[in-house]
Design a protein around this ligand. Structure first.
Ligand code: NAD
Ligand code: ZN
Length: 367
């Protein structure tokens, strides 16, 4: 199998992201090399039946003691109840400080199992084996872990870096197309943030990424490099890690308005609309050429992603509802909003102090 190694140089918590097709077969040896004697695999009921057996067998072949816990698929699993189940499973598997929790799944499982690893015995090591495009290019890298609370998404959590990330791009072959597209919005985002060349490469190679050619491995690796670079500069999001939120202020508002109902909108679809909006907003403020905003929209549309508020199933709500949803977002300070705007493709920047009235006028022109 092909192998691309992306290092994440975080001092004494440095780790590697391994990207390649077919890596799950050798995952056992790579995980065993971390020196654990036992591994608690945490997965969901979609992914478990497809891949847990291969991963467990590969670990057992290295002499590790292995347990497998499969939770219900879906965002609702990232809960206190889910956390309790995973912590109990990890303790029942007698995972000690030197041992490992292995998250085999999408971002839901990665965030939940990572958080359990952060708190069980005040912290055990964990490995990410991400199985969605979104988790391979985004959530498995950077050490943010957590669960949702009745007060909002991801409000209870911890920074806990994995010891290793194994992104087997062949696992994405079974991913539903809608999830593939949603993850792709985050891939395109990295180009839009600060890498026009990568965005142009994506425009030419997206169908290969979807189909599973070597372009997929390259796109995952390049996305991980981009995310790792930001994380290394700003691990705890006090500064420019916020650039990763390009498209997300609008996107989160749309997720809120659609009640986090994945039948209506999944995160990446919200991000795709959010990216298109962020560029049109930038253009409307005279910051960015309109041609760049049109290029962003054309590309996202070509992949089948939504780019307009009118494409939100069941409606996007009124301007006031959208504004209210954005004002609840944590990126709000003193009435004004912080947006990630762009001077062009690959030239995004943090723009604090955008008046609600300015956003209102723009949204009114979009609805
Ligand atoms: P997910 O984990 O819910 O997976 C999406 C769906 O695909 C699920 O039904 C899952 O069972 C299924 N699936 C997963 N892998 C599959 C495969 N290989 N084949 C077939 N089906 C498969 O969703 P996601 O988009 O991966 O992650 C979303 C979560 O990630 C959210 O909770 C979000 O908050 C979180 N997130 C975290 C970070 C971070 O930095 N920690 C960043 C972005 C998103
Ligand atoms: Zn995102």
């Amino acid at each position: 199998p092909s192998l691309i190694t992306v290092p994440v140089p975080l001092g004494d918590r440095a780790y590697d992201i391994l990207v390649g097709r077919g890596l799950i077969a050798s995952a056992g040896a790579r995980i065993a090399a971390l020196g654990a004697r036992a591994a608690a695999i945490v997965t969901d009921e979609h992914v478990g039946p497809l891949y847990a057996h291969a991963l467990a067998a590969s670990l057992e072949a290295q002499g590790l003691r292995v347990s497998v816990t499969a939770l219900a698929p879906g965002e609702a699993t990232k809960s206190y109840a889910g956390l309790e189940r995973v912590c109990d499973a990890v303790l029942a598997a007698k995972i000690e400080r030197g041992d490992l929790v292995v998250a085999l799944g999408g971002g839901v499982i990665g965030d939940l199992a990572g958080f359990a690893a952060a708190v069980v015995r005040r912290g055990v090591r964990f490995v990410q084996v991400p199985t969605t495009l979104l988790s391979q290019v985004d959530s498995s890298v950077g050490g943010k872990t957590g669960i949702n609370s009745r007060h909002g998404k991801n409000l209870v959590g911890a920074f806990h870096q994995p010891s290793l990330v194994i992104a087997d791009t062949a696992l994405l072959d079974t991913l539903p197309i809608r999830e593939m597209r949603a993850g792709y919005a985050e891939v395109a985002k990295y180009g839009l943030i600060d890498d026009e060349r990568f965005f142009a490469w994506c425009e030419g190679n997206w169908s290969g990424i979807f189909a599973g050619s070597l372009a997929r491995d390259k796109a995952v690796a390049q996305s991980c490099r981009a995310k790792a670079a930001v994380v290394v500069r700003d691990e705890h999001e006090t500064g420019d890690r916020a650039l990763l939120n390009l498209g997300h202020t609008f996107g989160h508002a749309l997720e809120k308005i659609t009640a986090y109902d994945s039948a209506r909108l999944v995160h990446g679809e919200g991000v795709a609309i959010g990216l298109a909006l962020a560029f049109r907003f930038s253009a409307s403020l005279g910051l960015c050429p309109l041609a760049d905003a049109e290029r962003v929209e054309a590309h996202l549309k070509a992949t089948g992603l939504p780019t307009r508020l009118s494409q939100v199933p069941g409606g996007c709500g009124t301007v006031d509802e959208l504004l209210a949803a954005m004002a609840q977002d944590k990126k709000v300070k003193g009435g004004a909003l912080t947006f990630i705007l762009a001077r062009g493709i690959g030239q995004s920047f943090i723009a604090p102090g955008i008046e609600a009235e300015t956003v209102r006028r723009f949204l009114a022109s979009e609805i």
